[in-house]
Design a protein around this ligand. Structure first.
Ligand SMILES: [Zn+2]
Ligand SMILES: [Zn+2]
Length: 211
């Protein structure tokens, strides 16, 4: 299943467009903004958007959600309900991050640990990974050995936990219990910065290194 990461917003957030080669159906994972660019990509590739999938409620990950949901009449799925307070606070987040004003929204579906998302013939496993935010989820494409990790784990770093609702120990537990149980060769597609692998981070990430 192909995907393309497109950095959006001044925070260079990696919005991933994931699609099924057979049906051309696609989903937007964390469309933080720069909606024109995302729409141009979809048109150019001849894709048919069917959903927006959100890992967590931070504005740089969700800021383009409403215009995309409206333009394509598609459902907003995720994050876990623990992030409802972030989505409710989107107007305040806009001020906090210096973004244009943004209205609050409620997803069509909250995600839970163990849920499965489907796209064409492909399936994605949902794991609840709180710590950076209480309702953070990661999406695992087992057949392609990929995980869309949002702001849980980065190349050489981990998510911030100094926002309201953040919890450092919980984040470490999410990484060791939900991500490090994946194979070493699984690719991590983080919300910011370059891709990495589970093995690379297990061996070298100074915050969570496991010997
Ligand atoms: Zn975040
Ligand atoms: Zn982020």
């Amino acid at each position: 299943m192909p995907y393309r990461s497109i950095p959006v917003t001044p925070f260079e957030q990696n919005c991933s467009v994931v699609w099924c080669d057979v049906t051309k159906e696609c989903a937007f994972v964390d469309p933080g903004g720069d909606v024109d660019q995302l729409q141009a990509f979809v048109t150019q590739q001849g894709l048919k958007p069917v959903a927006v999938w959100l890992t967590h409620g931070h504005l740089d990950h969700v800021g383009g959600t409403l215009p995309l949901a409206e333009a394509y009449q598609i459902p907003i799925i995720g994050p876990h309900e623990g992030d409802k307070y972030w989505l409710d606070a989107l107007p305040r987040q806009s001020q906090m991050f210096g973004f244009p004003p943004h209205e609050a929204f409620t997803p069509h579906q909250w995600l839970k640990h163990g849920d499965t998302l489907t796209l064409g013939k492909q399936r994605f496993e949902v794991r609840h990974t709180p710590g950076h935010t209480p309702g953070h989820v990661v999406l695992i494409d087992h057949s392609e050995n990929r995980v869309f990790a949002g702001d849980v784990l980065f190349s050489g770093s981990i998510g911030r936990t100094d926002f309201p609702g953040g919890n450092h120990q919980q984040l470490l537990d999410s990484i060791t219990q939900q991500l490090f149980t994946l194979d070493d060769h699984v690719t991590v597609i983080p919300g910011h910065g370059p891709n990495t692998t589970i093995g690379e981070e297990r061996s070298y990430n100074p915050y969570v290194r496991q010997q």
